[in-house]
Every structure is written in structure tokens, then in C-alpha cells.
Write a protein that binds this ligand. Structure first.
Ligand code: ZN
Length: 328
């Protein structure tokens, strides 16, 4: 059901009015995310927004530290090609919790890798190489959720702002490529699937309309069966943005992403030969050394150590940019 521009503006004004004092720091583009997610139903959008703001407050999400070039906090995942901070990898730095290192050890590889033709950051995950059983065995659902929130806050407070500046327009969406190469039935491990469900629930509830495109490439034909299950967890609006592709994906990806920004293993020209791990570092694929957590890495469920998490509450420098910008 599409709305005319006039109807959209009306809904936006109505939502701003109903929010009253809550509106103060919220950008118009942020309000729109909730309206689009709730099909421009003002009452439903307001409810979701209020729930999001309560969740952020209860969990101190606004105070979560994020890495910037200025505060030199270690990265929670690898980044390539942004001007706000140098290319880097996740390292076993003492400020990183052992939880993050335990999760990352068994991930097939991930990277926030350059931008697409819309100016959106591209996140690549080698889903097919995830050691699902080990992730579920060596980490808890709470640890995975905290890690995911830390990555989300960094993405929205640091990377999206960088992309917005570069594109000269508001960017709040991410393009995602899940590479299924290597995928087998061992991936469909129930406890691991519950973790995926928990993080996709969080994203839909508290980070609505932040997906630009999602490509599942090298998908095994059996995946179609599992897709029927996963589809049930997603909003109809989300399903439209998703493409599940087998081996013939290169042209589709190159329509969305310039060849120089797309890794060569996905049909592009990028190799990131200047940095360890290339475009997408992976301990499973052994293109970076195995990182064991040691006694320096505190055993807490948060992404950063307690000291860093506490510093975020009082030190704006450690906390990084605000999630919301002042409304004009
Ligand atoms: Zn690259």
C-alpha cells in the first residue's frame, strides 16, 4: 500500500506532534524509519519508537562506546574503505571482551567493506563457513546480542554518518551480502538458529528500516527449504529487499556495487592486499592467524571491557558520536 507524498508528510507531522517533548533530538529521517516499518500507521510507529527509546535507555545503548579515529578504541569487526577511520581488523586487544573473541573465532568471516551505488555501506559475511555448533557451544545468546548491539551502534553512529557526508544525503541503510559457499547441514544447528532469530528480532524492533539490500549468494538449492522457515520471522517489507541467488549472482551484485568495491571472490576487482586477511578476514579460512582470548580479555558478556563500558557513561570521547542528531 503506497502513500502519496502528501499523506506521508501528514503522517510525519502527526507523529512529531504526538511525540511532544520526545521529538526533541530525533531527526525526521529517523521518524520516517518507524513510519515506513509500520506502513505509515502513526499509532503503531509511535508505539514502536517509544519501545525503542525505552530499550535504548534501559540498556544504556546511547552510552555504548564506539571506535573512532579519535578515541582509538579497538574495532569490533573489520572495516575497509571509509574516510572516518583507517582500515583495520578485530584484534585481541585487552579492551575487547573474551566473549567477542570467542564468537569471532568461529565466524566464517565478516567485514564492513566499502559502499554500494546508493552510498550505503556493504557488510559481507561468509555465512557458509560459520561453525554454528562451536558458536553456540562457546558463547551465550546474551553475549551474541551484546556483540551485535556494539556492532550496530558503531555502524549507525560512525559509519552511516561518514557515508552520509560522502553521499551528501542521509544514509541509514546497509547492504548485506551473505556468502553461502561452504554451507552444509551442520549450519542448521537449532541453538545457533535461535541466536540468529534473537538478533534479527532486535534489528526489526529497535533498528527498523535499516536494510538497503540483502543478497544471499552461492545459496545451496536446499536453502529454499530453510528460507521458508526464516521468511516467517521477517516483515513483508523486508522480504522484498532480499535476493537469494545460486551461482549466477555476479551480474546482480555488480549492478548494485562498483567492481572496485566488490571483493574479487564475489566477482569484483577488490583484493584489499594492503591489509591482513584481505577483503574479508577469516580464522576458519586461515587468512588471518587464530586469535585466542587470554587473561587480558575480561570475561564479560559486553563487547568491551567493564572499564571501557563504564567510561562510555561519563566520557563523550569514548562514547563517540550521538545516535541522534539535533533536529533543526
Ligand atoms: Zn577489498
Amino acid at each position: 500500500m503506497t502513500k502519496t507524498e502528501e499523506e506521508q508528510n501528514e503522517a510525519l507531522q502527526q507523529l512529531s506532534k504526538e511525540l511532544g517533548d520526545l521529538k526533541i533530538n530525533l531527526e525526521t529521517e529517523y521518524l520516517k524509519q518507524f513510519l515506513i516499518a509500520r506502513s505509515w500507521n502513526v499509532k503503531a510507529a509511535k508505539e514502536q519508537l517509544e519501545n525503542t527509546l525505552s530499550w535504548r535507555k534501559e540498556n544504556n545503548v546511547d552510552l555504548h562506546p564506539v571506535a573512532t579515529e579519535d578515541n582509538k578504541l579497538p574495532l569490533l569487526y573489520p572495516v575497509r574503505g571509509f574516510s572516518c577511520l583507517p582500515d583495520g581488523n578485530l584484534e585481541a586487544h585487552p579492551d575487547i571482551s573474551s566473549a567477542v573473541l570467542r564468537i569471532y573465532r568461529w565466524m566464517g568471516g565478516s567485514c564492513l567493506h566499502k559502499t554500494d551505488n546508493d552510498g550505503c555501506p556493504v557488510y559481507i559475511e561468509r555465512l557458509g563457513y560459520h561453525a554454528a555448533k562451536e558458536i553456540a557451544k562457546y558463547s551465550t545468546s546474551e553475549e551474541v546480542s551484546h556483540y551485535h548491539t556494539g556492532c550496530n551502534e558503531f555502524l549507525h553512529r560512525v559509519i552511516m554518518k561518514d557515508c552520509s557526508k560522502k553521499a551528501g544525503k542521509h544514509i541509514n541503510r546497509e547492504t548485506v551480502i551473505f556468502d553461502c559457499t561452504g554451507m552444509g547441514w551442520h549450519q542448521f544447528h537449532m541453538p545457533a538458529l535461535y541466536y540468529i532469530k534473537a538478533i534479527s528480532d532486535t534489528d526489526q524492533k529497535y533498528y527498523p528500516e535499516t536494510l538497503n539490500k540483502l543478497y544471499l549468494v552461492n545459496a545451496p538449492s536446499a536453502f529454499v527449504m530453510v528460507w521458508r522457515v526464516v521468511k516467517g520471522w521477517l516483515d513483508p517489507g523486508t522480504i522484498d529487499k532480499i535476493q537469494i541467488l545460486g551461482k549466477d549472482y555476479k551480474e546482480v551484485l555488480l549492478k548494485q556495487i562498483p567492481a572496485e568495491n566488490l571483493p574479487s571472490f564475489l566477482g569484483g576487482q577488490c583484493t584489499c592486499s594492503h591489509i591482513s586477511g584481505g577483503c574479508v578476514p577469516s580464522q576458519i579460512l586461515k587468512n588471518i592467524p587464530i586469535m585466542e582470548s587470554n587473561s587480558d580479555n575480561e570475561n564479560v558478556s559486553t563487547a568491551y571491557s567493564t572499564t571501557i563500558m563504564e567510561k562510555g557513561k561519563t566520557d563523550e570521547h569514548i562514547r563517540g558520536p550521538a545516535f541522534f542528531q539535533e533536529s533543526k
